[in-house]
Write a protein that binds this ligand. Structure first.
Ligand SMILES: NC(=O)c1ccc[n+]([C@@H]2O[C@H](COP(=O)([O-])OP(=O)(O)OC[C@H]3O[C@@H](n4cnc5c(N)ncnc54)[C@H](OP(=O)(O)O)[C@@H]3O)[C@@H](O)[C@H]2O)c1
Length: 341
């Protein structure tokens, strides 16, 4: 059903640039009505059902994030992953097609048909399963760190969107031991009981180096880091000779700020152990998308991984608060907002 010309739709738009990690992302955005507009030839209208919420969205609100992707523009909707259904079409994409796209935090969107990708529902338990951070987790774990059989792996930020998949990918690739870090006892249990990690550490206990030494007495072979700070420093000391580090994120600085969030590299230890430390940016190339896509559905079907996620109800209006909550550690896994019942 096309929406009514009388009814505006709503977007979450950037109202002001975010000055730094101390500012709640929700204070930088507001809900804005957008008038209904007719389709031009080649366009479709999509009613969104799920929005993806990720940590980098907060960074993209700053004036110059310095990231390999476009910053959010003032007074425009936040771009990002979303899933919806075509409700009106003036193109070769039929009404009723379920699609994913990157047009982000809008109740409804209108654009050229090639902007929207039909979802292969036959390979997935639900349409929301496409809103995952597996491309980054797979690229970092497999292409960058080269995880394989017998590796002892440490994942920081392991209960987050990227980390929760990175640890499972390591297990699916034959890692012998996967250890995760997270910020609460409840999430420690989640990693071990629900996601199949071999062990998990609550970094808030302040014993990360001691616990790594106990859990990996021969050292860690792979470190997938989304946090930085003292967890990176602990991983250098816990590393086995020739360990591979895939540096994905710096949550300690992105969320907490402050100088303690910037890790110091113990260069002599890194030299003696001949560590391979590789920061990476996932550019979502066709090869990277295909590599993850060729494993995701199959591993789900075989029960080798689960889609770790939290769905928050409440519609578009709650999305900004959900982003605040994501940074505060309120959720587990990949975080989605459901727009309708
Ligand atoms: N390199 C790339 O190509 C690439 C691509 C995508 C994302 N990333 C990066 O990957 C990281 C993870 O992104 P995401 O979207 O999956 O976020 P996320 O991990 O789902 O969400 C944030 C999590 O950060 C943790 N956290 C908050 N403050 C922390 C602190 N001071 N120290 C340690 N952990 C803290 C919280 O978990 P706890 O409850 O466990 O504290 C929270 O759940 C981010 O740094 C993001 O920018 C990189």
């Amino acid at each position: 059903m096309p929406s009514s010309p009388a009814a505006p739709t709503r977007d979450v738009v950037l109202a002001r640039h975010r000055p730094g990690p101390g500012t709640l992302p929700s204070s930088c955005v507001h809900l804005q009505d957008r008038p209904w507009s007719p389709l031009r030839p080649g366009q479709v209208r999509v009613r969104n059902e799920f929005l993806q919420v990720t940590a980098v969205m907060a960074d993209l609100m700053s004036e110059e994030p310095g990231l390999p992707m476009p910053a959010y523009a003032l007074h425009e909707a936040l771009w990002g992953g979303a899933v919806g259904t075509v409700t009106e079409s003036a193109a070769d994409l039929p009404v009723g097609t379920v699609v994913q796209h990157m047009k982000g935090w809008q109740e409804e969107c209108v654009d050229e048909a090639p902007v929207f990708y039909p979802i292969p529902l036959q390979y997935l338990p639900g349409r929301e399963y496409v809103l995952n951070q597996g491309v980054t987790a797979y690229h970092g774990m497999v292409d960058v760190a080269g995880v394989g059989a017998g590796d002892v792996v440490f994942v920081s930020g392991a209960a987050g969107g990227v980390g929760s998949l990175a640890g499972q990918i390591a297990k699916a690739r034959g890692a012998s031991t996967v250890i995760g870090s997270t910020g609460s006892a409840e999430k420690v249990r989640y990693l071990v009981d629900d996601l199949g990690f071999d062990a998990a550490i609550n970094y808030r206990d302040g014993r990360i180096a001691e616990e790594l030494a106990e859990l990996a007495p021969q050292g860690i072979d792979v470190f997938f880091d989304t946090v930085g700070g003292v967890q990176f420093e602990a991983a250098v000391h816990a590393a086995a000779p020739d360990a591979r580090f895939a540096l994905c994120g710096a949550l300690a600085g992105q969320v907490g700020g402050g100088t303690e969030s910037a890790p110091r590299l113990d260069i002599m230890t890194a030299i003696v152990k001949q560590l391979v430390i590789r920061p990476f940016s996932t550019l979502h190339t066709p090869e990277q998308l295909a590599a993850w896509g060729s494993h995701y559905g199959q591993w789900l079907a075989e029960g080798r991984i689960v889609f770790p996620h939290t769905i928050v109800d409440g519609g578009l209006a709650v999305a900004p608060d959900v982003l605040d909550g994501l940074l505060e550690g309120r959720y587990r896994g990949n975080v989605l907002v459901r727009l309708h019942d």
